[in-house]
Design a protein around this ligand. Structure first.
Ligand SMILES: [Zn+2]
Length: 376
């Protein structure tokens, strides 16, 4: 059975769904990030209430604490965290490259030290697959090398070739485990920095291995937005039409709209949840900072156009008070709103594609979303 079903196209934008062991995900989809087996400040019930169809778990964090084997003994990550809908896990590579100490990359894998206690670990492609199988994710990612940008074409080329060799080993181990009834679907990752010919090469190498879907990695690491959009546009033509395309770690609401316009089906980003805890709330007219003194006696909801629990019940004045007082409830209410905004934006995107109105939606989104950014 194919994981991805494409149901509508509108320009390069695509509407479809993913069928996984834990249910169906409508695409384009946004995946809230549950770094340590929890989307920060929320319960599984909240996530169901805001309509999250899939969440992302971070392999690096869960492997180090509490450990993938401990989670496997509890019946897997879904059971452990009380979430019965689909889950995607990353390979752990990104955090190894961004968080850990004293890492050393070799053909075999990457040696690193835990950022908790300095303990030594070796993450191989096979090990990354095994950890994700222990977690029981519906969609697992291959281990890739994430070179820092900007970088030279020669360095990126050497790196993407290593990533392709690792991807082959990940696929082999995945298929072995799948034969034993462990593991559901696995995505390859295209690297290649900001060089079109290297993106093409990485896409061709990865697609030739044959995965259940393809991610574009190595973006949203500080490059200008326009560069990211260009790389997506240049990479997508080398990915199979019949399989899902996932843009990792992206992005702002505008980024989501622009990447969908270029043929992306899936996203994850900490932005809605992290920014919520820092007091930045996304609205249909752009972001607002709830810390701002002008909200102290503002009885309006965060976004009058939003139907979420936070906006139905509470004023900006109350949310500002909770933030200033450092109340945990503020983080929860802000996160509920931001995730509602992101998931509602995805729903509107899907509807626009299905009705052949995506370009109108895109232009109107740009006009309204940037309005407040100009005044605050
Ligand atoms: Zn709201």
């Amino acid at each position: 059975m194919s994981l991805f079903t494409l149901t509508h196209t509108d320009g390069s934008a695509r509407r479809g769904h993913l069928t996984t062991a834990h249910g169906v995900i409508q695409t384009p989809a946004f995946m809230p990030v549950g770094t340590q087996g929890a989307v920060k400040a929320l319960t599984a019930q909240h996530l169901e209430d805001v309509g999250a169809e899939i969440i992302l778990g971070n392999t690096y964090h869960l492997y180090l604490r509490p450990g993938d084997e401990l989670i496997a003994r509890r019946g897997g990550l879904h059971k452990f965290i009380g979430w019965s809908r689909p889950m995607l896990t990353d390979s752990g590579g990104y955090q190894v490259f961004s968080l850990s100490d004293r890492r050393k990359i070799e053909e075999l894998g990457v040696h690193f030290r835990s950022h908790h206690d300095g303990s030594a670990h070796l993450l191989t492609p096979e090990k990354a697959v095994e950890i994700q199988a222990n977690l029981g994710s519906d969609i697992a990612m291959v281990l890739d090398e994430c070179p820092a940008l900007p970088s030279t074409p020669a360095i990126i080329d050497t790196s993407l070739e290593l990533t392709a060799r690792w991807a082959r080993r990940c696929r082999n181990r995945f298929l072995e485990l799948k034969g034993e009834g462990k593991g559901h679907a696995q995505f390859g990752i295209v690297q290649g920095g900001t060089f079109p010919e290297l993106r093409q090469k990485s896409a061709e190498l990865t697609v030739s291995i044959g995965f259940d879907g393809y991610a574009i990695g190595g973006l949203s690491v500080g490059e200008p937005n326009e560069t990211m959009y260009q790389v997506v546009e240049q990479t997508v033509p080398f990915l199979p039409v019949s399989q899902a395309r996932y843009l990792m770690g992206v992005g702002t609401p505008i980024d989501l709209v622009e990447a969908v316009a270029r043929g992306i089906d899936m996203f994850d980003c900490v932005m809605p949840t992290r920014n919520a805890r820092n007091g930045q709330l996304f609205t249909s007219e752009g972001p607002l900072n709830i810390k701002n003194a002008r909200f102290a006696e503002d009885d309006e909801p965060v976004d009058p156009a939003c139907g979420c629990y936070t906006c139905r019940r509470f004023s900006r004045a109350y949310l500002r008070h909770l933030f200033m007082a450092g109340e945990m409830t503020g983080g929860t209410l802000n996160t509920l709103h931001n995730l509602s905004f992101y998931l509602d934006t995805m729903r509107r995107i899907r509807e626009a594609i299905a009705f052949g109105r995506f370009e109108d939606f895109r232009q109107s989104f740009h006009r309204t979303f940037t309005r407040r950014a100009l005044i605050s």
